[in-house]
Design a protein around this ligand. Sequence first.
Ligand code: NAP
Length: 343
Amino acid sequence: MTADLLRPDVALDAFNTLRLPARAAWFAAVESADQLRAVLDDARVAGLPRFVLGGGSNLVLAGDFAGLVLHVAFRGRARVQEDADAFYIRAGGGENWHDFVRWTLEMGWPGLENLSLIPGTVGAAPVQNIGAYGIEMAEHFYSLRAYDLATGKTVGFDKADCRFGYRDSFFKQQGAGRYLIAAVTFRLPKRWVPRMGYADVARELEAGGIATPTPLQLSDAVIAIRRRKLPDPAEIGNAGSFFKNPVVSAADYARLAAAHPGLPHYPQADGSHKLAAGWLIEQAGWKGRRLGPVGCYERQALVLVNHGGACGADVRAASAAVRADVRARFGVDLEPEPVFIGG
Ligand code: NAP
């Protein structure tokens, strides 16, 4: 059975949105628990390192991978439960995130509209706790089912188990590399309140003459903004925002604000301040600038793009150069958002 599933020496170029060239010693696209078990039991990959691949949109392939790449292809989406307050919607880990979001809206289950057009899969969404325009996935997360690659067992995770943080979760920390997320269930409250706090969203709706948007109109607005500001991975290789927004102490913020008037900042509940990484990068002179085949996108400096022919080392070099310049100018260390694999 695994003869068809398990493929040796597979090019991963088409499986990462930065379009970096890399090869996997072994590759299998798995659609079910039975397929996954069959692949993991195959003697040819016994003892090899494993890597779980979703949409490849938050990934830097820094070199070839001398192990087994498991491409998550679990499908299916359904309403699994409903109570007085909410709908509970489950989707397979391999479902495309944006298609899933639009489907929930068309079915009349709003809540995820601000997360429209984020590249990647449903299974990858909890790993990174994807967020945009004032909503984080964690807000609407209910539970997930994952395969523990170390024990071969199926494990259920509730929200507390996932330890969600800002673009962070258990699956990026202690659980990194150990689990394959097969299905995720979301809890979408029946009482819906549009989230229009981000300036771009408010402007877009105003320009369209929309004062009280429907969920689909809000989704359309987010799609329009993203299309304008962000490079389409189908046209130019990129992995979305390349750096996390740094969060600094009140004292550090005061020092920075005195030296850099106009520094955008967003006060957090704990007294710290979130800074806009894109602004810091732009001020450091990197908007639209290139280092070899990799550069900061001309319309959004936070996104590193592959102008063609880049390899993992080129991305590492550009990332290091941007970080060094931001550190030199602001004394702030930027942390890359994507996961680095291989090399
Ligand atoms: P933006 O509107 O230019 O704002 C720059 C940064 O300031 C954002 O990263 C955002 O932080 C923060 N910000 C803006 N308005 C805010 C508010 N009202 N309250 C709190 N924080 C605010 O951002 P952008 O680059 O065009 O991105 C728009 C949204 O899409 C952001 O939420 C961004 O995170 C998300 N996005 C994520 C990715 C990714 O790959 N992870 C890629 C593209 C866009 P937050 O990031 O905390 O929201």
